[in-house]
Design a binder for this molecule. Structure first.
Ligand code: FAD
Ligand code: SF4
Length: 508
């Protein structure tokens, strides 16, 4: 008998493992405290993972496969991966143990260690999900100084022949990013796809009963995570039919009344592998070919996220781990404010983005990057604190994708491996890209005084404090020129206010 492990983010129904049932193979799946407790997760994230795992196990059984599944309240469950595997392999007198390569370094290490202590044959398999191997990005950038995503993206476009005509990018340009920066001025946006949440409600009750310590809220009527392959495909179709036509244009927009705008909400389904990146890209391109309302800049903007960013982030994770997790190149040591866990702040942009996150286990990219991420960096928060928050709060958060996005893109703690400069801004960017400032008690234009927007004072203070770390960065030259033009007396006032905010951000 061979025991094959399926982790909670390895729900790839099209894996060659499942081509046909084999009575000499038993699949094992475990809901474990090891996984619910290594960081404090959003309750909807725990529910979504368990619901997707249970649906997947039922499908395997229906297809004739043998499955051993330990639910969170199963008395046989030891809640530890090694112990559960040892228990099951002994019970079945297994002669071999097989697993798909995990995407997380932590689990990769754990399984390697376990393999050495199991006295049976060990087999490892690819997850057959990504469009690149673990080391492909490292090979691609070998000998190159900077890991600029755009070059990797072009390589991926050529390799997979997506949006290519006779070896050239369709439309003549590789990237239509400059058309992806419009603000949303209001109007009708199709509501997001709403999957059936009956199973999720049942699991939520169990999560509460088993006293897993979570954050955020659960409401079945607004639970938007697709937890089966069918639901995920429906969600993808819904996006292609109703939202893709405006995706690129409003990709960077934020709005007080709109949580989802034109975003796909498919990251959870992708990350647990219910759907694959190539089927997502191909389905979207099919819509673009058929529907005149979808123009090239919308589809290119979307393909870039999946074919470019997602694969790039994964490759970077495997290239840089485990050192990446310790990086703190900007020497930040502050604490994350309590209001990240409650939304209790007068700063409207933060209040709205954090409330979205607590209510939905979701925020779109620009809220993550330019509101919560930006503020944490301006406060000079320790990247460990920022990572723990992002890893816990979002339904789609798995370390391989969360860590480079947070520590690298958002906190610049890797010193510029991922981003060419820190993503920091004053209130003027927030005001340009959203309507948050119109409903805020702070004055977006002021940088000193009691009602000055905290982003403003913190921004100039950040530049001043981080001169040593950022002085060699050419892309920051213009900002340092502007900083140099601030009257020293005013700068002293800006800094005094910034330090007051940094001492007690929860008072603002
Ligand atoms: C600080 C920070 C933390 C993040 N943490 C995560 C995370 O834990 N998990 C996660 O999946 N994404 C993360 N992202 C990337 C991005 O914000 C989410 O993928 C996106 O918001 C998911 O929502 P969506 O499906 O509606 O995406 P859409 O905006 O509709 O985009 C479509 C898809 O593109 C992919 N994508 C877009 N941008 C990225 C990116 N930067 N990295 C990887 N994939 C991308 C995702 O698969 C996404 O589903 C993070 C970004 C930041 C700035
Ligand atoms: S004024 Fe400042 S704190 Fe208020 S919403 Fe705008 S950027 Fe945020």
């Amino acid at each position: 008998m061979e025991v094959r492990l399926i982790l909670g983010d390895q729900l790839n129904e099209n894996h060659t493992w499942f081509i046909e049932p084999n009575n000499k193979v038993c699949y094992v799946m475990f809901e474990m405290r090891q996984e619910t407790d290594y960081v404090k997760h959003h309750v909807q994230k725990v529910v979504a993972f368990f619901a997707a795992m249970r649906t997947f196990a039922q499908k395997l059984e229906k297809d004739g496969h043998t499955v051993i599944y330990y639910t969170i309240d199963d008395p046989k469950n030891t809640h530890n991966l090694e112990k559960n595997i040892k228990k099951v392999t002994q019970l079945l007198s297994a002669t071999s143990f097989a697993y798909q390569l995990p995407d997380e370094f932590r689990l990769d290490e754990q399984l390697k260690k376990l393999s050495h202590s199991l006295n049976i044959a060990i087999k490892t398999y690819d997850t057959e999900h990504f469009l690149t191997t673990r080391n492909e990005l490292a090979e691609f950038y070998k000998g190159k100084k900077a890991l600029v995503m755009e070059f990797f993206y072009r390589y991926m476009r050529k390799k997979h022949q997506y949006l290519m005509v006779d070896g050239q990018p369709e439309g003549g340009s590789w990237n239509y990013d400059k058309f992806n920066r419009n603000t949303w001025k209001g109007g009708v946006i199709p509501p997001p796809y709403q999957p059936d949440a009956t199973l999720s409600q049942e699991i939520y009750n169990q999560v509460v009963e088993t006293k897993i310590d979570t954050i955020g809220t659960f409401d079945a009527t607004s639970f938007l995570f697709a937890v089966s392959r069918d639901q995920s495909l429906q969600q993808l179709n819904y996006f292609c039919e109703h939202l893709l036509q405006d995706f690129g244009t409003y990709q960077d927009a934020m709005h007080q009344e709109e949580t989802n705008l034109f975003h796909a909400r498919i990251s959870f389904s992708l990350n647990v592998k219910l759907i694959s990146p190539n089927e997502v890209i191909e389905r979207a391109i099919e819509s673009y070919r058929k529907d005149d309302a979808i123009n090239l800049s919308q589809i290119e903007g979307f393909v870039r996220q999946i074919l470019g960013w997602r694969e790039y982030i994964r490759g970077l994770y495997w290239k840089e781990m485990p050192q990446y997790k310790q990086k703190n190149e900007l020497n930040n040591y502050g604490k994350l404010p309590n209001f990240y866990w409650t939304g209790n702040t007068k700063m409207n942009c933060l209040k709205t983005s954090i409330k979205n996150s607590l209510d939905n286990a979701y925020a779109h990219h620009i809220q993550r990057l330019m509101i919560t991420g930006n503020f944490a960096l301006l406060l000079q928060t320790h990247p460990d604190e920022v990572d723990a928050w992002y890893l816990g709060i979002y339904g789609d958060a798995v370390e391989w994708v969360q860590l480079p996005n947070t520590r690298g893109m958002s906190q610049y703690a890797d010193g510029g491996i991922l981003a060419t400069k820190p993503y920091v801004s004053s209130g003027s960017y927030v005001n340009k890209m959203s309507n948050y400032c119109t409903q805020c008690s702070y004055d977006k234009k002021r940088r000193t005084g009691e009602n000055a927007c905290p982003f403003n004072s913190l921004y100039w203070n950040f530049l001043d404090d981080k001169r040593a770390e950022l002085k060699g960065n050419n892309r920051m030259g213009m900002m340092y020129n502007l900083l140099g033009k601030i009257d020293p007396e005013e700068l002293a006032q800006i800094k005094a206010r910034a330090y007051k905010i940094m001492e007690n951000p929860d008072a603002f």
